[in-house]
Design a binder for this molecule. Sequence first.
Ligand code: GTP
Ligand code: MG
Length: 310
Amino acid sequence: MNLETLISGSKADLAKILARIEQAHNRGLDDPDLTDLLDQAFATPRGQIIGITGPPGVGKSTLISVLVKIWRNQGQTVGVIAVDPSSKRSGGALLGDRTRIVADPEDQGVFIRSMAAREQLGGLSSLTHAAAILMRALFDRVIVETVGVGQSETGISSLADTIVFCVQPGSGDSLQFMKAGIVEIPHIAVVTKADLGPPAERARADLEGALGLTSEQQGVQVLSVSATSESGLNDLVTAIDDHGRELHLQGVLGERRIIQASDWIAEEIRARFGREGLKRIEPHLRVKQASRPFSRAAELAVQLQKHNKR
Ligand SMILES: Nc1nc2c(ncn2[C@@H]2O[C@H](COP(=O)(O)OP(=O)(O)OP(=O)(O)O)[C@@H](O)[C@H]2O)c(=O)[nH]1
Ligand SMILES: [Mg+2]
């Protein structure tokens, strides 16, 4: 399967490939055709990956539905991955699916997929990385919805270009997490459900307070939005655009994506071969080979398997 075929193909073709990737993933992504395809996709990014993260129930999916609508109206194509921490796979079907993202199923310009998360809360499975990077080569925007509470090493920051952290009115807890440095530093922080009035205003003041604590966190834009009353949404879209453009202008995007790739290769190796395995291949990680990260990860896994058999 080559990338051009997929680019000119349909949503059904993409769904088929994602299912194949999912099957191969369970065997350590040992299919050279697929790793080739994913490396092609990594080398030809088209869109921006936007992580929408925040505690359960803050309104991420509802917000994403509105963002999809806005970008589709602008003629942009959108892919969405909802990482569902509560779902379990059973015979290919997702049970307990919490995705509530609404979009026109007939529209070929929007593709929504839900995926199970790794065991630990906030952990992204490397399958999510593969899917997002493939979709990044196909769509103008790729949105990844994750439940972010206590983040693990493989959080959304090793995948997204732009991270939007959501809190809702009356959620002192997530601010505590932020103060404790547990939540990854977002690029944009959003108070959802602004239509709730005074509690939403208080949440915004608290959020600004929490973000103002360390110099590192200054410069994070804080916005209030309501998906129900459709307020503040244009500002959010502008902030996401501006952040994407800034990364381009600074010329850091390519380098950042290579570092991210090394990070998730390392995490994948650690998950499969433990700290010992990771130590063994570490010297070979932070190099330009990361420009073919999927083949690289597969090669390293084969080497470690051979070593372990000896
Ligand atoms: N008042 C108000 N309620 C909202 C708004 N956006 C979402 N909600 C409600 O908040 C609840 C949770 O919304 P979701 O979009 O499913 O939240 P989520 O963050 O995706 O939830 P999980 O995926 O389960 O973590 C739903 O009952 C929504 O109707 C909003 O702008 N205003
Ligand atoms: Mg959701």
